[in-house]
Design a protein. Structure first.
Ligand SMILES: C[S@@+](CC[C@H](N)C(=O)[O-])C[C@H]1O[C@@H](n2cnc3c(N)ncnc32)[C@H](O)[C@@H]1O
Length: 424
């Protein structure tokens, strides 16, 4: 069976639905998601699964859930929350409730962090409201269940957990005082319905989403965010996305390491125009307002403290996949490049997409001067793990070699920030 054609159909479906760029993400991520869903549906044939997905919105949502990267944690890039507080203190006029947006909110850590930071800063209950939107219904179920394990609490400073969480079966749960500030709903940054309520936000967090889009889609998303933001509103993006807003009518606010932007006064640059050739995207499922959490006691507000919060992903369990990666590393150290490529490919086929495997694959291609393939694989590693330092460093060298000095500089800045954050 020729699988290439249907795979391309799936790629297009995912690009049209959620904006996922295959050049960034790579086909193996899609293949892996397809394998999981086909097994779950007991449909072994790709053509049959295509027919099933296209006629079944619920399964399309399952496929979206299988392909997205939910990676997030509380107070990720902590300076963003300090910038938000400072911006709101300096720009608040009158007493109307403030409106904040977390899009994408993933499993809820980001919007709950916004709530904690505002309560800490003395913004009273009821003085703000946070809309939290994501395209993954599975993530939203997790967000509303709101039970968080070790992986959601990273870095040295997790004092907020004592103040705002209670122990629950399977982890920790934010107090009602935090949960009731957040309103979750299913939505797609690229769909007109996401803006249906015509809500205008004082602050919009759109972090670690644009990196998965191609340039055109990044432009379309930023145009939409611009429309959703008040004239003096603040936009926060992820560290890897900090070069994008300036291309689309935003100006940097220069809060250190916050990646914060306001609307530029001048007319947006031409690159900011929404794409005209592409047909409008539709949300993968009906945009629904999900119930708010219930009210209970809340702790006394505390000033929001800005302290570094180095990201420290938890160590993987020593399992077969880890052993395979260790073996791949030994192969690389020994300079056995042909073997390296085969071993990394085998690893991905057996265990599914993994940042380290893509990194090694990129390195094998790089050493063989297959620049396009090398670049593609480094990017796949960064799709799965945006802070993968070795992939960032190699991609930077490659871009330098290719004469893309501004791209290389952006990656060097990103590496610097990572090094500062981890204190290396
Ligand atoms: C890596 S998480 C980022 C979460 C959080 N903003 C953070 O920075 O920690 C990416 C999220 O984007 C969501 N997503 C992907 N495409 C989307 C789209 N077109 N519209 C809304 N959410 C989307 C995914 O479901 C996933 O939860």
């Amino acid at each position: 069976m020729d699988e290439a054609a249907p795979i391309r159909d799936f790629e297009k479906l995912l690009r049209d639905t959620i904006g996922l760029s295959m050049e960034t993400v790579g086909a193996s991520v899609i293949r892996h998601a397809l394998k999981r869903r086909m097994t779950a549906c007991a449909i072994p044939d790709l053509h049959a699964y295509w027919a099933f997905v296209t006629g079944n919105p619920a399964e399309r949502q399952e496929l979206v859930d299988a392909v997205i990267v939910p990676e997030t944690w509380f107070f990720r890039d902590r300076e963003a929350f300090g910038a938000m507080v400072r911006h709101l203190r300096e720009n608040r006029v009158g007493n109307r409730p403030l409106k904040l947006l977390s899009l994408p909110c993933s499993t809820g850590e980001e919007p709950y962090s916004i709530a904690m930071a505002l309560l800490d800063a003395g913004f009273p209950d009821g003085s703000f409201q946070i809309d939290a939107i994501d395209v993954s219904s599975r993530n939203l179920v997790h967000a509303q269940r709101a039970i968080y394990g070790r992986n959601s609490f990273r870095g040295a400073d997790i004092a907020f957990r004592n103040r705002y969480f209670e122990a629950a079966e399977g982890g920790f749960r934010p107090h009602d005082s935090v949960r009731r500030q957040v309103r979750f709903r299913l939505g797609n940054v690229l769909a007109a319905e996401t803006q249906a309520g015509q809500d205008i936000y004082d602050v919009a967090f759109c972090r670690n989403l644009l990196i998965y889009f191609d340039r055109e889609t990044q432009g379309a998303a930023l145009v939409r965010l611009r429309q959703m933001l008040a004239d003096d509103g603040l936009l926060l993006v992820g560290p890897a996305e900090s070069g994008l807003p300036a291309l689309c009518g935003f100006a940097s606010v220069r809060f250190p390491r916050a990646f914060a932007f306001v609307k530029a006064r001048a007319k947006p640059a031409k690159a900011a125009e929404p794409p005209v050739a592409r047909k409008p995207r539709s949300a993968p499922a009906q945009t629904a307002l999900l119930p708010r959490a219930q009210v209970a006691s809340r702790p006394a507000p505390r000033p929001f403290e800005r302290k570094p919060d180095p990201a420290q992903p938890s160590a993987p369990a020593p399992d077969r996949a880890a052993a395979s990666l260790a073996e791949i590393e030994r192969t690389a150290d020994a300079g056995r490049l042909t073997e390296l490529r085969a071993a990394a490919e085998r690893h991905i086929a057996e265990f599914g997409p993994a940042p380290d495997a893509f990194y090694w694959l990129g390195l094998a291609h790089d050493a063989a001067d297959a620049t396009e393939d090398a670049m593609r694989n480094y990017r796949k590693a960064l799709y799965l793990a945006p802070d993968h330092q070795r992939a960032l460093a190699q991609l930077r060298l490659l871009q330098q070699r290719l004469g893309d000095h501004s791209g290389a500089k952006a990656l060097a800045d990103r590496l610097d920030r990572l090094a500062k954050r981890s204190g290396t």
